[in-house]
Design a protein around this ligand. Structure first.
Ligand code: PLP
Length: 450
């Protein structure tokens, strides 16, 4: 590229340090300024339109201009723009949204705790797991097992749970007491000749061996995304989660389902755990909870955890954890309206109905010489590029994925490169025709990618 920067690009470079960016490259090439949104599309400052093939950051499930959400936020802003839930205060929108989450979530959720982001939700999860075990007098039972390639956020503990090298590099992470077990990616991880069932059994064995090596009395929780998102949209093999959950149960280990991407219909059920066939002790929710019109996250815990934690607050005097913006009334009002819309459009049913069209495009593109594997569930999927279609990948990984994403950008589609995969996670309000439009330029973009 290296064209002269526009005025707004120059101002951006002078004003912002960007997340997940190479600041030197950004300064040379300039950022893309997005100005407005409509339906599944966003428009840049030159007026060019793009299909948002990743719903922003896997989050804008209702697209980019929902008038009902705008009006709901305005009304709540006018009525009670801010209040908190600390030390005996509450407000109606926080209660109503929690009731609705309890109705929807699997695993008999008993209590809901609010934060603003997915990272904070997972931070809360780990603090709750530690608090819970301390309440039970199990002061050694504190290690958390996550997975290589997991993504759970970027605060200190959630970044430690994340199993991606660049989230740790030069941040002095991960912190102590966090372990990472194997990634359930059959195509990439299978030994020669290994069947999917044998692979799954081996990955589950790795988990159990890690617990035994650490000592079951030192392991508090296992945390997992139903489908790994930022690690490359990795859909685990059949039977993986039920076997992992059984191991967790055997050693009295809490099971945390990170539903930050998969929650609220994305996989064709309300929660990813339902699609993948397991029950967790607690669930992290964010992103689609408000369609991402406002930042809000929630942690739902089961009855046992709720009972132990609440009793302990009586014993030691408080649950010393919380966020100024946790349960923000405007976020909660928008969350209530978002869930109402999901019910009205039957978001999970809609995703199930659209999934075959979405899958057919990805599966067809898997035939392209540059594509090694297509992965998908519901309305989330990825194409992984691989020379000679070999799971061993590239000698210098991470070059072609971004190039393909750039080719698609020039053709009016925004997707997310993840090393040499590109991820698709369009708004759930997309239509069949729009799915065709989303995928229309992919083959030509693949041909142009070298
Ligand atoms: N958990 C998962 C599964 C995510 O995908 C993300 C963000 O992409 C997070 C947690 C972190 O959420 P946030 O960026 O809101 O902190």
């Amino acid at each position: 590229m290296n064209h002269p920067l526009s005025n707004s690009q120059r101002r951006d470079a002078e004003a912002l340090l960007h997340p997940y960016a190479n600041a030197v490259a950004l300064r040379a090439n300039g950022v893309q300024m997005i100005e407005r949104g409509e339906g599944i599309r966003v428009y840049d400052e030159t007026g060019k339109s793009y299909i948002e093939g990743l719903s922003g950051l896997w989050c804008a499930g209702l697209g980019f201009h929902n008038a009902e959400l705008v009006e709901t936020a305005r009304e709540q802003m006018a009525k009670l723009p801010y209040y908190h839930l600390f030390t005996g205060k509450s407000h109606e929108t926080a209660v109503e949204l929690a009731e609705k989450i309890k109705e929807l979530a699997p695993g008999r959720i008993a209590r809901v705790f609010y934060q603003s982001s997915g990272s904070e939700a997972n931070e809360t999860q780990i603090k709750m797991a530690w608090y819970y075990n301390n309440a039970l007098g199990r002061r050694e039972k504190k290690k958390i097992i996550s997975r290589v390639k997991a993504y759970h956020g970027t605060t200190i503990v959630s970044a430690s749970l994340t199993g991606l090298p660049y989230n740790h590099l030069d941040f002095d992470l991960p912190v102590e007491r966090i372990r990472h077990t194997s990634t359930p990616h059959f195509w990439k991880g299978a030994e020669p000749g290994e069947t999917e069932a044998e692979f799954t059994a081996r990955i589950v064995r790795d988990f159990e061996e890690m617990i035994l090596a650490e000592g079951p009395d030192t392991v508090a929780a296992f945390i997992a995304e139903p489908i790994m998102g930022a690690g490359g949209v990795i859909v685990p093999p059949e039977g993986y989660f039920s076997a992992m959950a059984e191991v967790a149960r055997k050693y009295d280990i809490l099971m945390i389902s990170d539903e930050v991407i998969c929650g609220f219909g994305r996989t064709g059920q309300w929660f990813g755990a339902q699609t993948l066939g397991y029950d967790a002790t607690s669930y992290s929710m964010a992103k689609q909870l408000t369609g991402s019109y406002l930042p809000l996250s929630a942690v739902g815990i089961n009855e046992d955890m709720a009972e132990v934690i609440e009793k302990h607050t009586g014993e030691i005097g408080t649950f010393g954890h919380g966020y100024t913006y946790g349960g923000h009334p405007v976020g909660c009002a928008v969350g209530i309206k978002t869930l109402e819309i999901y019910h009205r459009i039957d978001a999970p049913g809609r995703v199930r109905a659209l999934a075959p069209r979405f899958a057919a495009h990805l599966d067809r593109l898997a035939g392209h010489p540059l594509v090694g594997e297509a992965r998908h569930t519901g309305l989330v999927g990825a194409l992984e590029l691989a020379p000679g279609k070999s799971p061993k990948g590239f000698a210098t990984p991470g070059k072609l994925g971004p190039r393909l994403a750039q080719e698609l950008l020039e053709r009016g589609v925004i997707v997310r490169p993840i090393v040499d995969s590109i991820a698709f996670c369009p708004p759930m309000v997309i239509t069949e025709e729009e799915i065709d439009e989303l995928f229309a330029p992919v083959e030509a973009a693949l041909d142009a990618t070298e």
